[in-house]
Design a protein around this ligand. Structure first.
Ligand code: THU
Length: 166
């Protein structure tokens, strides 16, 4: 028997001062995206902004539905929008934030497992890491350098390929 310890490194920032203008714009767009979320049931307004390798920034937000499972998280709305619009341009980064109870959420929001799996797909497709910026109130940011760091044992096309012929 052997035990293996997996580690994840995250970087925490107290303000935006060390970020580039592009990163700051990404954060602003993620914050703005919350306000057009359609979240009448949870009232948990999630905003996401995706930075593509060509410099384009696209926004997404959660879209809920009276049939609850038919809704979709902000991150997947933004990523699917990006992939549908720019299918061959790699995703460089995604910023995520939440507006709840009339203010920016103070806690960092961790994307759900399904969203991380979708991020992992695009990371795998381009072969380049996607940086995650998890934004909370008062310019606090948690940076994670690759989706892989957020989802140990993620499922990728490599597993499908490896199982061919079995
Ligand atoms: N939600 C997101 O948009 N992203 C996440 O990473 C977690 C949850 C949404 C789904 C639902 O509309 C609301 O937040 C409450 O779960």
């Amino acid at each position: 028997m052997k035990k293996i310890k997996l580690e994840t490194t995250v970087t925490l920032y107290e303000n935006y001062s060390s970020f580039s203008e592009t990163e700051k714009l990404l954060f602003t767009k993620a914050k703005a995206a919350c306000h057009s979320a359609y979240a009448p049931y949870s009232k948990f307004y999630v905003g996401a902004a995706v930075l593509l390798e060509n410099g384009v920034i696209l926004q997404g937000n959660n879209q809920e539905n009276a049939a609850y499972p038919s809704g979709l998280c902000a991150e997947r709305v933004a990523l699917f929008y990006a992939s549908a619009t720019y299918p061959n341009i790699a995703v460089q980064a995604i910023a995520v934030t939440v507006f709840y109870n009339g203010k920016d959420l103070e806690d960092i929001v961790s994307p759900c497992g399904a969203c991380r799996q979708v991020m992992a797909e695009y990371e795998h497709k381009s072969g380049k890491p996607i940086t995650l910026y998890l934004l909370s109130a008062n310019q606090q940011v948690c940076r994670i350098d690759s989706v892989k760091d957020t989802l140990p044992f993620l499922f990728t096309a490599d597993i499908l390929k490896a199982s061919e012929g079995n």
